[in-house]
Structure formats: C-alpha cells, structure tokens
Design a protein around this ligand. Sequence first.
Ligand code: CUA
Length: 188
Amino acid sequence: MSDPIHQPERSDERAARTERNWAMLSSGIVVVLIAMAAYAGVHQATMPQVSVETADPTRLHISGEFIESNLGTAVQPDRSVMVRAIGQQYSFTPQCILVPADTKVTFRVTSADVVHGFLIDGTTVNTMLIPGYISTIETRFAAPGDRHMPCHEFCGVGHEGMWGKIKVVDKPAFERMAADRRRLDCVE
Ligand code: CUA
C-alpha cells in the first residue's frame, strides 16, 4: 500500500481548491468595495437623495419651477439661497451661477435631454442630472472666489466643452445685488 500523504493530488481536488480560492478572493473584493462605499458615505457625506422628485424634461421651458425666468439664484425667506439650473447638450443655464459666501446654498438642478454630471470643484457637490428627475444638493462656500463646474458624465460629442462657472461673492455684496432683483446670475 502506498503512503496516502505522498499520493499525488488528483486533478478534481486541485480544481476544487482553485475554485474555492477564487471564490474567497472575489468575496474579499466585494467586502472591500462595500467598506469603501460605507466609509465614503459616512465621512464625505455622499448620501443618496432623500426623496425622489420628478420634472418632465420636455416641458421644462413651458411651465413649472424650471422655466427660464425662474432659473438662477434666489434669496429664500430664511436668508439662505436657492439656485435653480438646467443642464443640456452642451451647456448649463445659467452658465455662470452667482452665490454668496458663508451662506447655505441649495441647488435644484435637472436635465433637459440626456444624463449630465454636476460637480463643483473644491466642494462635495457631485451628482448626476438625470432627465425626468430633480437633483437637490446643499453646500456652503467658505470664501469668495471662482469655481469650475464641469459636466463629468459623457453626454455626447460636445461633452468636453460643457462647463459652467460658480462665482462666490462676499455676503454684503451679494445682498446689495439681490436687493432689486428676484433672480441673480453672473452671465455676461
Ligand atoms: Cu453634459 Cu457631459
């Protein structure tokens, strides 16, 4: 009788062991990805939308909150500001968004055609604009300055040229500008 310990491994046993190792590796990768998503969610406040709100993309310019006269920055009763904007191939409206520093800013943005990205550099504002849905996101700009707002979802041949700008001005200057205007922007 031969010694069982020194018997060569059978090919089906070897296949089963390889199978098990790969299953463990892929389970491990899934666990790491879940942990990364949980960490990003908690520490960088990248949370999903709290509610689902819809807007018919074919009727944005005709009625509802995204008609042209309603776009831009408006002062709210609590002195925070609300910015309404639209993304479309291949620009944002307004193209230059004016906001005060050191003030709560709420963005309500939607798309008139395809999926676009909405990102403001140097902030945690980073979301998608999905036709049919309203993306709501809050932020606060600590100091005056200009920030870029690139579309970061591929949306067609003109995607690379789809940029907007955020102009943050100090709060007293913003309040002077807001005194006699219902909606503000910095489009020239
Ligand atoms: Cu819009 Cu890319």
